[in-house]
Design a protein around this ligand. Structure first.
Ligand SMILES: Nc1ncnc2c1ncn2[C@@H]1O[C@H](COP(=O)(O)OP(=O)(O)O)[C@@H](O)[C@H]1O
Ligand SMILES: [Mg+2]
Length: 395
C-alpha cells in the first residue's frame, strides 16, 4: 500500500503511532512527579526491560509529561565510554540555565552554578568559562561527595524557583560501579532532604543487580517497573489502531500470525507492521500478507538489527551466545552453557560476563543467563548452524 502513509515506526526511540499498553507506567510516573511537586519524597522509577520493548520511548514521554507539569528536565543516555562527570556536567549546566531562566539569578542558583564549575574543574570536564562573582566552593575530587553536594545545590536552586529538576538517564546499565554508587548516594541525600530533584532511568534488567551491588539501600530508593512485551490486546491495538486511522483493516488471521511471530515485542510489531503494509495491495491485510511479512521481516532483521549486535561480539563471545541459543529464548543455566562449550564454569564465567557487559545478555537470577534481545536465540542458530556440542566432542 501507499508508502507515504505507512504509519509504523520501527527504529530505536522512535515514538510509535500508538503507544499501546503503557498507561500504568505513565500514570505512576506522573504521580511520582506530582508527589515531589507537593513536597513529598518519592522513589525514582527505573524502567527495566529487554531491547526493543519501548523503554526509550517511555522515558521520552515521561520527560514530556514532566515538562508539561512545569518541571525543568534534562534527558541523556549513558554509554560505556564516558564517566558520569563527562555525561552529566554539560547536561546539568543546561538544566541550571533552564532553572535560572525562570527568574533573575538568585543565591541558590549562583551557588549551584559555581559548584558545577568547580565540579567540572576537578573532574576535568570542559565547561565554558563563566564569571559568577562568588567564591569558588570546595570540591574534594571524591565523586560521591562532590556529586551529592552538586545535586543537593541543584535541588535547592529548583526549590528556590518553585520548580522540580528532573534528570532522566537512558541505558543506565552502562554506568560504572563507582559512578553508580555516587549517583545513588547523591539521590539518597536528595530524598532525605526532600528536595525537588527527581531521577528517572531506563535500562537493561541487569541494572537492578548492579545498583544493589553498588549500594545495598538502592532498592529502597528505586522502583523498577518492568517493561515487557505487550499483552495480546495491547499488541493488537499497536497494529490495528494506526492502520484504522488510514482506513485499513487486518483480517483475524493476519493479526494472529503477527502476534505469534513478534511475541508482542513492540519493536518487532513496528517492523512487521511496516512490512505487511508494504506487502498488502489493499485493505484488509490478509494472513498470506502477514506470512510474507514474517519472511521479509526476519531477513531484514538478520541483515541489520541482529547482525550489528552479533558483530559486536568477539569470536569466543559469539560461541558463548551460540551455546546459549541451544536453550531457546528461556534463561539458560550458566553451568549447562559452560558444559556445552566444553569449559569449566570458571573458564566460562569471564566470557559470560563480557557478553553481559556488552548488553547482549543478562542474568535474570543467580546462575541463569538470558538474551537481552528477543528472538536472538533463533538468529544465532541461523547464523551459526553448524555449532556442534563441543562438550561431547571434547569429552
Ligand atoms: N507501547 C508501544 N506500542 C507500540 N510500539 C512501541 C511501543 N513502545 C515502543 N514501540 C516501538 O518499539 C520500538 C523500540 O522502542 P524503544 O523505545 O527504542 O525500545 P527500547 O528503548 O526498550 O530498546 C520503536 O520502533 C517504537 O516505535
Ligand atoms: Mg532504548
Amino acid at each position: 500500500m501507499d508508502l507515504i502513509n505507512n504509519p509504523y515506526s520501527p527504529g530505536a526511540g522512535v515514538p510509535p503511532p500508538e503507544l499501546a499498553g503503557r498507561e500504568n507506567i505513565l500514570r505512576d510516573a506522573e504521580n511520582v512527579i506530582k508527589r515531589v511537586q507537593n513536597g513529598h519524597a518519592s522513589q525514582s522509577l527505573i524502567l527495566l526491560g529487554l531491547r526493543g520493548v519501548g523503554k526509550t520511548v517511555l522515558l521520552n514521554r515521561i520527560d514530556q509529561i514532566a515538562e508539561n507539569l512545569g518541571c525543568e528536565t534534562s534527558i541523556f543516555e549513558a554509554d560505556m565510554d564516558r564517566t558520569l562527570p563527562q555525561l552529566l556536567t554539560q547536561q546539568l549546566h543546561r538544566l541550571l540555565l533552564k532553572i535560572d531562566r525562570r527568574k533573575r539569578m538568585g543565591d541558590e542558583v549562583k551557588k549551584a552554578f559555581s559548584l558545577l564549575q568547580a565540579f567540572a574543574g576537578i573532574f576535568r570536564v570542559h565547561l565554558g568559562e563563566f564569571e559568577l562573582g562568588v567564591a569558588r566552593p570546595m570540591v574534594t575530587g571524591d565523586l560521591a561527595i562532590d556529586l551529592t553536594d552538586l545535586l543537593v545545590s541543584i535541588g535547592e536552586a529548583a526549590k528556590a524557583r518553585n520548580t522540580v529538576a528532573v534528570i532522566l538517564i537512558d541505558e543506565v546499565q552502562y554506568l560504572a560501579k563507582d559512578d553508580l554508587g555516587a549517583l545513588i548516594m547523591a539521590l539518597h541525600k536528595i530524598s532525605q532532604r526532600k528536595l525537588p530533584l527527581l531521577f528517572f532511568g531506563a535500562g537493561l534488567p541487569q541494572f537492578a543487580q548492579l545498583a544493589g551491588d553498588a549500594k545495598s539501600y538502592s532498592e529502597r530508593l528505586f522502583t523498577y517497573p518492568a517493561v515487557g512485551p505487550l499483552d495480546p490486546d495491547g499488541a493488537r491495538m499497536a497494529l490495528e489502531e494506526p492502520a484504522r486511522r488510514e482506513g485499513v483493516e487486518f483480517e483475524a488471521g493476519a493479526l494472529e500470525e503477527i502476534l505469534r511471530e513478534t511475541e508482542g515485542y513492540p519493536f518487532f510489531l513496528q517492523v512487521w507492521g511496516s512490512h505487511v503494509w508494504q506487502i498488502a495491495q489493499s485493505s484488509p491485510i490478509t494472513a498470506a500478507n502477514a506470512r510474507e511479512a514474517s519472511r521479509k521481516a526476519e531477513a531484514a532483521l538478520d541483515e541489520s538489527f541482529f547482525k550489528v549486535r552479533f558483530e559486536r561480539l568477539t569470536e569466543r563471545q559469539q560461541h558463548y551466545a551460540r551455546a546459549m541459543a541451544e536453550f531457546g529464548n528461556d534463561p539458560a543455566n550458566s553451568t549447562a552453557v559452560a558444559n556445552l562449550l566444553g569449559l569449566t564454569v570458571k573458564q566460562a564465567a569471564p566470557i559470560r560476563d563480557e557478553v553481559i557487559k556488552k548488553g547482549m545478555a543478562y542474568s535474570p537470577k543467580r546462575g541463569l543467563v538470558a538474551f537481552t534481545v528477543p528472538k536472538f536465540d533463533q538468529y544465532m542458530k541461523r547464523k551459526m548452524p553448524d555449532f556442534t556440542n563441543q562438550g561431547e566432542r571434547n569429552g
